[in-house]
Design a protein around this ligand. Structure first.
Ligand code: DOR
Length: 451
């Protein structure tokens, strides 16, 4: 595999921005799509460094995963930017937005610059990094650049990355206009319930301790503050039916929300099958929550999908609850998981592409990404919707080496992934010479206008 500067994808079933499909060709020059034409149109130029025969394959915009934890710097025994970006390339994820709970925490411009430098060196896909809020770093939050936004952990504990009290939160919502993304779990209720259930080692208790009310209380508070200041708010990994119903009734145009595949497809029954591997924050919920979240996604109450890829080693996960860490990997299974849902009739392929790419680019104001249009960046994924293949531990590229979806038989696996017009993954092989770019966020100070 060579790095191509001029490439054509021939005879693909191309997803158009209208949501329709067209069989045709996509021509790419450098990092840019230069034409999207039907099969019958004569090709403008035959001078290509590379042709990809996409007969029988479907071409989608590359996935933009807006919430991942890639562990570098400081926790590289779990994952690092190279291994995580390899997993992204295999999973059709061409861009990611990463969270600040690394070591050191990403709470200053210097921390952000360090991550950007590391990513430029070793990331196979495009990257952006959140700045984390503490009770002390407001000046950093106001000026950090480039960043998709400010991440606030309202209840989960990552040292100083915890802003749970209304007064401290109010101070952050009041100043500036940058997007605020919240991990919404109520600090006080969480602490009180941890004490109440102390000593129980059954991991299923995790969903009881950090219950639906714990999430709902925090989401209500974030919404209240966002409305007070008309502050652009994004609610990360919505997990409960109650939060979805709240947003259905009252969601300002400047508020967005996301859901993870695991909160749609797994529930508390997973503890019996995979124990602490099912432990994450916010926790898995009931089958009823799965159903309400699905409906909210289909109805546009929830805007898009994120994996919350949060790898921990199997050794760490083998500790008994509550010493087992919360989190599960996701970037290399999210697209086939969701496309399998589409093929099985739960939603359409166009909806999956919207939730996993188009809507994310729009919400974070990432220019020229999220659609297959001439002039846009050639971040693309060719998927095979005709064959099923199980999630196998031995095929995973994430350093943590496991998935909560092992054994699930999925279709829609990526066959070729392109980042900036370069083939980064093709039929099981990575091109580790490819490097992504730092994402830019246009106008991310202004309120998001909903449809
Ligand atoms: O389960 C989780 N694990 N949820 C988060 O929000 C953080 C993550 C982690 O970093 O391990």
């Amino acid at each position: 595999m060579s790095i191509s500067s001029n490439l054509i994808v021939r005879n693909a079933r191309i997803l158009l921005p209208t949501g329709d499909f067209m069989t045709g060709n996509v021509q790419i020059s450098g990092k840019t799509i230069i034409s999207v034409t039907p099969e019958t149109t004569a090709t403008v130029s035959s001078d290509f460094d590379r042709e990809i025969d996409a007969n029988g394959l479907t071409l989608l915009p590359g996935v933009i995963d807006p919430q991942v934890h890639f562990r570098e710097p400081g926790l590289e025994h779990k994952e690092d930017l190279f291994t995580a970006s390899c997993a992204c390339a295999k999973g059709g994820v061409t861009s990611f937005l990463e969270m600040p709970n690394t070591r050191p925490l990403t709470i200053t411009q210097a921390d952000l610059d360090d991550k950007l430098r590391r990513a430029a060196e070793k990331c196979l896909v495009n990257y952006g990094f959140f700045i984390g809020a503490t009770v002390e770093n407001l000046p950093d939050l106001l000026t950090a650049n480039p960043t998709p936004g400010i991440k606030i952990f309202m209840g989960s504990m990552h040292g100083p990355l915890l802003v749970g009290g209304e007064t401290e939160l109010d101070a952050i919502f009041a100043k500036g206009q940058r997007l605020i993304a919240v991990h919404a779990e109520d600090k006080a209720r969480l602490e009180q319930r941890r004490q109440e259930f102390d000593g129980i080692t059954d991991p299923a208790i995790h969903s009881e301790i950090q219950d639906n009310e714990t999430a709902l209380l925090a989401t209500k508070l974030a919404l209240k503050l966002s409305k007070k200041y008309q502050r652009r708010l994004h609610i990360l990994h919505l997990s409960t039916g109650e939060e979805a119903e709240l947003l259905r009734q009252d969601k300002p145009s400047w508020v967005t929300a996301e859901v993870t595949p695991q909160h749609l497809l797994l529930n508390t029954s997973a503890y019996q099958q995979i124990g602490t591997l099912a432990q994450m924050n916010p926790p898995l919920r009931s089958h009823r929550d799965n159903q309400i979240l699905w409906q909210a996604l289909l109805d546009g109450v929830i805007d898009f999908i994120a994996t919350d890829h949060a790898p921990h080693t199997l050794e760490e996960k083998a500790k008994s609850y509550p010493n087992s860490p919360s989190g599960m990997p996701g970037v290399e299974t999210s697209l086939p998981l969701m496309l399998t849902q589409a093929i099985e009739g739960k939603c359409t392929i166009a909806q999956v592409a919207n939730w996993m790419s188009t809507a994310v680019a729009k919400a974070y104001n990432i220019p020229n990404k999220g659609s297959i249009i001439a002039g846009y960046d050639a971040d693309l994924v060719l998927v095979d919707l005709d064959n099923y293949h199980p999630v196998l531990r031995e095929e995973l590229m994430t350093k943590c080496g496991w998935s909560p979806f092992e054994g699930w038989n999925l279709t829609g696996w990526p066959v070729v992934t392109l980042v900036g017009g370069q083939v980064v993954y093709e039929r099981g092989k990575l091109n580790t010479n490819v490097r992504g770019e730092a994402l830019t966020f246009e106008d991310n100070y202004s309120n998001h206008q909903g449809d």
